[in-house]
Design a protein around this ligand. Sequence first.
Ligand code: ATP
Length: 462
Amino acid sequence: MQKKETDKKMDNIVSLAKRRGFVFPSSEIYDGFTAVYDFGPYGVELANNIKKEWWKAMTQLRDDIVGLDSAIFMSPKIWEASGHVKGFSDPLTECRKCHSRLRLDSLLEEFGIFADEKMGEDEINKIFEDNKQKIKCPNCGAQDFTPGRNFNLLVQSNLGNFTGDWSKEPTYLRGETCQGIYVNFKNVIDTARVKIPFGIAQIGKAFRNEITARQFIFRTREFEQMEMQYFVKPGEDMAHFEKWRETRFNFYLNLGIKPENLKWHKHENLVFYAKEAYDIEYNFPFGFKELEGVHARGNYDLTQHSKFSGKDLSYLDPTTNEKFIPHIVETSAGVGRTFLAVLSEAYKEEVIGEDSRIVLALSSKLAPIKIAIFPLLKNKPELVEKARSVFDELKKDWRCEFDDNGNIGKRYRRQDEIGTPYCLTIDFDTLENEEVTVRDRDTMEQQRIKISELKKFFSEKF
Ligand code: ATP
């Protein structure tokens, strides 16, 4: 029963996202393309607003973090140095009956058996073997699986290779954005007047050959990350790590997510170089799942790139003259997962008397459209003209939408579903007294406000 309810909520969110132009399946007219999605007209606004909030919190409001936009393609040596070519993998099993490929740790988890993606092939296979009678294929119900094997998630390409046999010397689409940060560490130190402790922030696309790609935009093969690497003196990393945990948790509260829908997950199985790793999890309709990782990575990344590139990536402290390889605290979030979290949090179905409505109670910082402007009637040029002039003025400061389609009730419902905090209606009285009706999305209360007062009113609201 409970599963049905959560499936229904997810179905409703997916349906709203499609119906209102937030998210479209990729290549839909060609029957889609697995695990890739496109953001539609309102989706791109919401995603941009999420990125804007992150960028502002990381760079504008702090003087110890600078930004970067490194290229998606990089030297393949980077992925060898980072360990991705050998070890960036998830455990894969295949159902022998229906040939579904399944991610083994997620499959075990579905049947209540603890497993971790970071476990080695042998360890996870032993757990799999010990519990085989309990596990069924989620697609066909069979209990016959191939043994688990590690499947590398890096996406290969033939960029710059004209030999025809590019699988031998592949280049890669980046599997994470942070490698671009590590390899620019020296460039930033030499040019940006930064001193340790400091951070480098980057937003950009990453690509992974994910095995199981269900759950809508939660897990996609092309996605966007918002990553920040904070470089610190050895020995000071755990204090910074604790501060970053708090800062990042608060970021989500500021986006309007309720504290009870967020929780910490501590990683027990750490990669050998990591000191501590926590994930912030959000209570998605399908349960608590990772939204962001906050990890203390030691000095592994810069040490590896020093070794493989032959360039000295140590830092010389200008005050103490100490030389060291900085340690790193990483915060790594996904745009798509934050998008899905804020949609899930905001989605509400309300009954109003005989009627009902769907409303996205998005924080006004994130709402794709801040103000919708309506002339009461489409076929009255004087109303349309007045509404246009209000729209032309307000659009200079806020993302507005002009809508003269259908009756006002329908226009309100549409804006409720895309999360617009305020709707303005220009009616015949406006032509007499210069007042418009302002309707609040959440309370649905209406008030009359003078056109000359609108900028002041909205400046206070937003
Ligand atoms: P998971 O365990 O869910 O596969 P991960 O631990 O591999 O995630 P990281 O490598 O730590 O994820 O990536 C950092 C962040 O990037 C994640 O917290 C998530 O928000 C986002 N992310 C990672 N993989 C994907 C994906 N396939 N689709 C969408 N977002 C992703």
